[in-house]
Design a protein around this ligand. Sequence first.
Ligand code: ADP
Length: 282
Amino acid sequence: TKYILVSGGVVSGIGKGVIASSTGLLLKTAGLKVTAIKIDPYMNIDAGTMRPTEHGEVYVLNDGGEVDLDLGNYERYLDVTLSKDNNITTGKIYREVIEKERRGEYLGRTVQIVPHITNAIQDWIERVSKIPVDDTDDEPDVCIVELGGTVGDIESAPFVEAMRQFQFRVGHENFALIHVSLVPDMHGEQKTKPTQTTVHALRGLGLLPDLIACRLLLPQPLEPATKAKISMFCHVSTEQVFGVHDVSSVYHVPLLLQSQGIVEFLRKRLNLASLNITLGMV
Ligand code: ADP
C-alpha cells in the first residue's frame, strides 16, 4: 500500500479535506484502488456526541459510525464504503491503549505516549488501509491519510510523531506528504511567510513535504513569483508547489491539481508503476 498524508498548517478549515479527496479521485481515475483515513485529534471517541454548531454536520456511515463530514467527501469522491475505523480520534486510540493496559498486555511496562500511543496509531492505520472498500475484495493500492487540525498543535503532536515513524516503517517509496498552507493576499500581494513558518515547523518535527499546496482564499491563482519564492524558502522545487485558489465549486479542485501535474508527480515519487497496474491518463 502507498500512503499519502495530507497535513495542514497556519489555520484549520483551509481545504485539506477537499485537497485530500481530490487527490484520491485523480488516482482512482488513473486506475488505482483508493481508500481514506481521517484523523481527528480530539478526545471524543466520535463526532456523535458533539454539537453540530461546534463540529459541523455529523456523517453517518453504513456501519452506524458517526463521523466527520470529511468521510462523506471521501465516500462521494471515491465511490467507496468506509467503516467507522476509517475515522481515528485521540479518544479511540487512548481507549484502545488503556483497555490493553487493563488486560495486562503491556506486561508490567510503563505505558507511554511514545511508543505505545504512537505504535497504536501506526498499527491502526496499517490495519485499516488494507480493508477493501468496494465490492471487489481487493486491498486498496493507495491510502489517503488526512490529519485534522494544524501541525504544531499539542493535540496533533502524537499523530505527527506517529507519522514521522511511519515513513520509515513503510519506506520512502511508499509514503508521500502533501502539506496544505495558507497564502494570504494583502492588498494584492501574496504573502509567503506563513507558509515558510509552517513548513519550517513541519521539518522540525521530522516530516518533509513532497508537495506544498498553497491555498488562496480568493479566485486569483498563485503567481509564478510567489511560487518561486516558496520553492526557494521552503527548499522544494517549483514543481512541488501547487496553487489552490478559490473556485466556484469544490468539484473543480481535482482539475486544478491535475493541471499542475499532481498525478505525474505522485507516479514518480511513489513509483506507482511498481503496483503492476496499467495507469491510465487522467
Ligand atoms: P479542512 O479539511 O482543512 O478543514 P475542508 O476541506 O473541509 O477544510 O474545506 C473547508 C471549506 O472550504 C469547505 O466548505 C469547502 O467546501 C471549502 N473549500 C475548500 N477548498 C475550496 C476551494 N478551492 N474553493 C472554494 N471553496 C473551497
